[in-house]
Design a protein around this ligand. Structure first.
Ligand SMILES: [Zn+2]
Ligand SMILES: [Zn+2]
Length: 260
């Protein structure tokens, strides 16, 4: 079986604190086979990760967490970024047209930015939108206290079950992982299509520790610091980012932002 974490945020998300290369190093250190960097309405982090990935022995699936008007939707195996603000159905159609697939992240919990049951069932009954919707997060490390409804309803839904970290800090990468038959990104895609994934929830310390860790790191980020590692073999440390790096990760034409 291979292991994947399909919901990770890099510093291309304004609310995250880890460089792409530090995410790759951490993913390799915790023995993930496949990852997706899914920044808020941003694909550049995942494209950068895909280029760097061979040096780390990890495979990268392109992705983004798209802010639809119905809530967040994780797009995977995409080539271009779906625009923010469309309905869930229109976003799914956009993803499907470019050969991508989608996962409903942290759904049914009533939190802002989470898809409702109505939205997901609406997509399922739309012949053009249902095809690309392949997965549902039954476990999200960031919302683990609110995931029970998703876990109960997932039994009745025709989706692959996913556990993700939704990491906004480096050490959370892999805290929530999905097992699949095989090892490669293509094997993972087959498992998502065929509903053969196995969610492995996070069972470490409570997510309150992650929240405190995130608060400390996001404050540091405001001063230009992030978790970084210069190579596969160097440690991850809090480092001051260069001006060019800060400019690079800045949002172009910033629109509505979400979190989680
Ligand atoms: Zn989210
Ligand atoms: Zn997220």
């Amino acid at each position: 079986m291979g292991t994947a974490d399909l919901h990770i945020h890099s510093i291309y998300s304004p609310d995250a604190t880890t460089t792409v290369r530090a995410i790759l190093k951490q993913a390799a250190d915790v023995h993930l086979d496949v990852i997706a960097i899914t920044d808020h309405d941003e694909i550049r982090g995942s494209l950068e990760a895909q280029q760097l990935a061979p040096k780390y022995g990890v495979e990268v699936v392109t992705g983004a967490e798209v802010s639809t008007s119905d809530g967040h939707l994780v797009a995977l195996y995409i080539k271009t970024l779906p625009p923010a603000g469309m309905s869930m159905i229109d976003t799914l159609i956009h993803i499907g047209k470019q050969g991508g697939i989608a996962v409903a992240p942290h759904p049914f919990n009533g939190l802002p930015n989470s898809l409702s049951m109505e939205a997901v069932l609406g997509a399922l009954t739309n012949p053009f939108a249902k095809g690309p919707l392949k997965g549902i997060e039954t476990h999200n490390m960031g919302t683990q206290n609110f995931d029970r409804i998703a876990q109960k309803l997932a039994v009745f839904l025709p989706f692959a079950k996913i556990a993700s970290s939704d990491a906004h800090i480096y050490w959370a990468v892999g805290a929530g992982r999905t097992e699949f038959p095989g090892r490669t990104a293509q094997d993972l895609r087959n498992a998502l299509e065929n509903n053969t994934t196995v969610p492995i929830p996070y069972e470490g310390e409570s997510s309150a520790i992650a929240v405190l860790s995130w608060m400390r790191r996001i404050t540091m980020r405001k001063f230009g610091f992030a978790s970084d590692a210069s190579s596969r073999n160097s440690p991850i440390n809090t480092k001051q980012l260069s001006d060019s790096m800060i400019q690079k990760v800045q949002k172009r034409g910033r629109k509505k932002q979400g979190s989680r």
